[in-house]
Each structure stands twice: as C-alpha cells, then as structure tokens.
Ligand binder design. Sequence first.
Ligand SMILES: *[C@@H]1O[C@H](CO)[C@@H](O)[C@H](O)[C@H]1NC(C)=O
Ligand SMILES: *[C@@H]1O[C@H](CO)[C@@H](O)[C@H](O)[C@H]1NC(C)=O
Length: 599
Amino acid sequence: MPEGLRKRKTDSKPEDNTDTTAQTVTENEAELDDIDSAALLQYLKVLWIPLVLCFAIFVYFNPSTLSDIASFWIESDDWQTSPGSSTKSFVGLSADIEKRDAVVEAFKHAWRAYERDAMGNDEYHPISHKGTNLTKAGGIGYTVIDSIDTMLIMGLEDDYARARKWVENSLSFDRDGAFNTFETTIRVLGGLLSAYELSGHDKLYLNHAIELANRILPVFDTPSGLPLPNVNLGKREGIPADDLPFLVSTAEVSTLQLEFRYLSYLTDEEVYWEKVESVMKTIKDHRMPHGLASIYMHVDTGEFVPSAIRLGSRGDSYYEYLLKQYIQTNQTESVYREMYDDAMTAVHDHLITKSPYTRMTYTSELIPERHPGGQLSWRLTPKQDHLVCFFGGSLMLGATITGTTQTSVSLPPRQSEFTENGKRDWKNGVELIQTCVDTHDTLTGLSPEIVHFRIPSDGTFDALSKSGVPVDWYIKGASPGVEAPYDARYILRPETVESLFLAFRLTGDIRYRDWGWNIFQSIEKHCKVDTGGYASIINVDEVPSRKEDKMETFLMSETLKYLYLLFEDATVLPLDKYVFNTEAHPLPIFTPHIRTGFS
Ligand SMILES: *[C@@H]1O[C@H](CO)[C@@H](O)[C@H](O)[C@H]1NC(C)=O
Ligand SMILES: *[C@@H]1O[C@H](CO)[C@@H](O)[C@H](O)[C@H]1NC(C)=O
C-alpha cells in the first residue's frame, strides 16, 4: 500500500514554490506597490476629468455596459454560469434547430459511408473505404450497435431500420477471440441496452444483451472478484493481460456497473448486480490513504498497485461512474455518494492545479517514485489527457446532485443552493471546461490528445501567443520541422463536447453552445472525408490537416450525439430521467428493488 501523498513535493503547484521564489515574488509586489501609490495618485489628479468624459462617451455608444456592470454587482449569483459571463448569455434550453440539423447531416455522412463500405465490420477506415474486425474470429457489431441509439435519437428511421435488420440477421457473439471486457461492455452491451430502451422495448436488443452479458460473466471468477481485462466470447473464458497478468486497470473494472446493474433491473437476475457490486466493495475496502485511486489494481489481492494517479486514461471513468451509479439508482445507494464525495475532495486537494501565468485550472498526474531505501513518493506531473475533459461537466453535474441540500436546483443554479463542496466542485468544473476549450486554440481549432502545462521550474518563460500574452500549455515534443508526436493527434474524441452538453443543460448559457459549434465546424473542416466518413488527424497544429485512416466508433456514439443534444431541446433525454454510460448510451434512472450488499 502506497504511503501518503507528496512526501517529496515538486514545484508544479504555485504554493509548492521554494521559499526563495516566494520571497522574490513578494519583493516585486512591494516595489510595484510603491510605484502605484506615489506616481499613480499624481497622474490621477490630472487625469480623472478626461477619464470620466471618455467613460460617459463609451457608455453613450454602448448602453448595455452600465446594465452589465449593474447586473454584475446586483446579481451575486452571476458567478455560477461561467467566469465573467453576464446574465445576457442565458438563452434557455430550447432547440437551435439549424445547428442541431447540421449535426444530423454529419452523422449521415459518417454512417452512410460506413454502411456503403464496411457494414457489419467492427471498425471503419474511411480513406481506404475498408472495414476490419477486432479479432480474426469475425465482427461483434462494434460500430453498428454503438450507433443505433444515435439514429433513434436523431429520428433517422430508414437508417435505423437497416441497422436493426443487420442485428436481427447477422449479429453473433459466438466468436472465438479475445475481446476487451470494458470496451465490449460500454460499447456493445451499453449500446444494446439503450437501443432496447429507446426503441420502446424491442426484445431483440434485450435478448442479445442477456446473451452477451452471460458470455462476459466468467471474467469475474478471480480471487478478488475484479474482472479480467479480456474475454473470449466464444469460449466464455476470462483472459488475463498479456504483459502483466496480475494487473487490471482501475477504470476498466469500475466502468461496467451501470450496464450490468440496468440489465439486472430489467431481468430480475441478481447475478449481474452482485458481480459488479463486489468490484465496488473491493475498491472501497482497499481505499488508499489519500482517497485517490491509482490506475492499476492487483487481480488476486484486490489492492491498488503503486502506479500513476490521474483523471486520464485508465483512471477517468472510475470517478465518472461513482457519481453515475448514485444517479442511476435514483440517489438511493448512499455508499456511492460517499465514495464520490470522498474522491472529489481528494481530487481537489491533490490533483487540481493552476498554471502559473494565465491561471488555467487543470488536473495534474501523480507519478510514483520508489527510492533506494524502498520508500515511495509521488511526483506531480503537469500533464492532462483530452480524456480528462469529461470531468468539468461531471463536476458541475455532481455539484447539483451531491453538492446541494435541495432536491433540485434552479436553472442556472444559485450560489445559495450549493453546499461548500458543491460550490467548490461547480467552480472547478466551470474552470476545467474553460481550460479544455482554451486548448482548442490551435491551427485546426481542435485540441490535442495530450497537453502539458508550464510550471515555474520550466525557467524563463518565452512562449507568447500572437497577442503577446504567455501561453501556459503546449504539446510536448512538437516543433516546426519535427514529425508530430503522438500527443498532437485528434482522434474525434467526445470529452470536451460531453462537458459542454452537460454545462449547457445545467446553465442554459449560450457560450457552451457557441464553443460546441466552433468545435463542430473544425471537425467539418479538418476531419471530414469528401467521399464519406470522418478521419482522425495527425497534428492539430498543422493545416491543411493530414488525416489518418480511422473513424473511431465513438464519433457516432458520442461526439455527434453530444453535439446533437447540445443543440436539441432539453426535453429530449432530460438529465433527471437518464444517465449516460461512458460511451454516451443513455440508460433510464430507476429505483432499485435489489439493495446494496455493502456500505
Ligand atoms: C468481419 O466480420 C464480419 C462478420 O463476421 C464479416 O462479414 C467480415 O467479412 C469481416 N471482415 C473482415 C475484413 O474480415
Ligand atoms: C426517484 O425517487 C423519487 C422519490 O425520492 C420518486 O418520486 C421518483 O418516482 C423516483 N424515480 C424513479 C425513476 O424511480
């Protein structure tokens, strides 16, 4: 079990600065103060008359300024939508039909190319017009099933009818190959369950869901109950990881619960519930002292293995599903609320960081370091995956659920409706979304797979934007003339627009729609393949963009669905009736008739 956090501090947090640096800053400030008081007063005495005149003229031509200033002071609740926003940005939650329909066109451009070139294959390569499968044993409907609920939501009846026919005639899970337990659950099982729900309970989908879940169940037969990372669906066998057979990743074992629990609710079969619940009990029993979760666990003992701590890959949806399990069960399972609140306090205390110059809020990673004496310390690393961008919206949603004493909050929420932790999470959420949006400031308007942030120990600060302000983030290893690093890619990921969707639903603030529209237009401009489909791009900071021959299935299940819902009326899939699995498949909130077996 790892020891307490930050034995050895690094300087990536401003408050971690060495004493000398802190002193220097104070000294500089003192000097400035001196100049301010002496010289400025002199100037002001002479200047105040023209200043007032200028302001009067400005207000005359911009009459909204005064009301903006007034509303800023009078409406103390104005803090809540976005930093610096005015009440004018509230537009309500009805559809923006033109933009919504533009997203539907994009979906058709993606789906129909896949259907033309690769129907039934797991994955699609839009440039070579080919499909491939995850294993040699044949496809499991990875793309088709991931896309069905989006068609139902968008009202694409003909496309839906053809997809359903494929499920009826061609889908098979009797495939003798190794499939990833987590990916198969979130994409295929989750897709089947939401198709069942949104099709008005078409049994075709439920029957396939039951069959698939039964083929997956053997992965839970381990000493700890933590599921193995792979499954042979044909042989119904769990398969350990190739490289490190005793390791399972935390997010993968803790992101099966919404799917299996809903199946249990639908079928009255307790086994699905019990298997995924025991995973949560194991995680809770092995809580690390600081309340965070490292990204690997031991499949025999159920303990956390010293490994990176982050909200990015292999960590992300653990935190997401703590909140969503509480929401899914109609806020009746308080154990998830406790685990979520505990984790959010730990994230706030240890991972949330501000960049030194422009004060961008982001989440750091903690990397374990073993010392010769055997003791362990954690090094704070200023790196954030695009995957982390789900977290801003998740924090805001969480604040309206566990960070309030009311049964529901206003639109947008008022400060007085939040508890102290609710205020903290809401503010962090708003700021994290702002950061994710800011990392779209690239030549394509798309954000990279991974960003790094400046820390004071980087030394002299020389990166300035075109307008002369410091840039606090960068793509590691990227420079002109050098082949773009892995970090520079955009692979059609949904996390930022997912957060924009949630933030818009919770605030009705137009800026979230505006940001989403900008991202959508960048995807149209740089990722769209003329002959059909969309492709990943190799470098977000290069135009014209170079494409990679892959259209990830989450473009149709998540990115375009969240963009569509951002512009759709909020009565479609309301947040108090549905919870979205981590692949954006909506599942209904229900009051369970099975009670949790642990607390
Ligand atoms: C993928 O699997 C499907 C279904 O078994 C099959 O029809 C298709 O030919 C396979 N694709 C490739 C490239 O082998
Ligand atoms: C959730 O619980 C509330 C009571 O706390 C109840 O009124 C509501 O119907 C429940 N919702 C569902 C979907 O079961």
